[in-house]
Write a new protein. Sequence first.
Length: 188
Amino acid sequence: MSPRIALGLVHHPVVDRQGATVATNVTNYDIHDIARACQVFGVTNYYIITPMKEQLSFVARVLEHWNIGYGSKFNPMRRTALAPVKTVESVEAAILDWDPNTCVVGTSAREVSIDKTIGFNELKVKLNKEGQQTYLLLFGTGFGLHESVIERCQLVLEPIRGRMPKDYRHLSVRSAVSICLDRLLGTW
Ligand code: SAM
């Protein structure tokens, strides 16, 4: 049975280095690498979230190339890897497409919204417990999720902490996704 968790990669609203609200471009690496991680852990829905029409067209072209175009013949394995990928224009659209009653879980390298923070083990227990509750795990781009997205979340997953004493945490979103999915869904 597929895990009751979907993944969203938010390209707007996110913040830039100065904390301004921006929209980031979708990158090829994020499409492929995160889709593969979703496949490894059985996540069936990977939402690429952007309101920008040209970015939505870019993702559609990438998917077309690997699903029906030259890529589908050149490397059929990649077609499988991209199966979870869906594009939506907003977090709300992802929620409606996945499950209007889903529990939205944010992520950040920083401690945000302490009162909504949930640990990896606690969320793993919830995911493994029988029941109907689903979860949508949101990752940011740029310098992280905008505060309005964090406010929309019912929960915020604890950060992946760095090794002391530096506690360096600035992972690429691709690395952060893989670590989070392995901690929540991995069997090791
Ligand atoms: N300073 C940003 C922050 O606080 O999230 C880092 C942005 S990082 C380039 C893009 C995304 O990867 C973040 O929005 C978050 O979803 C995820 N991410 C990166 N490092 C993380 C960490 N140490 N713990 C949890 N998520 C992380």
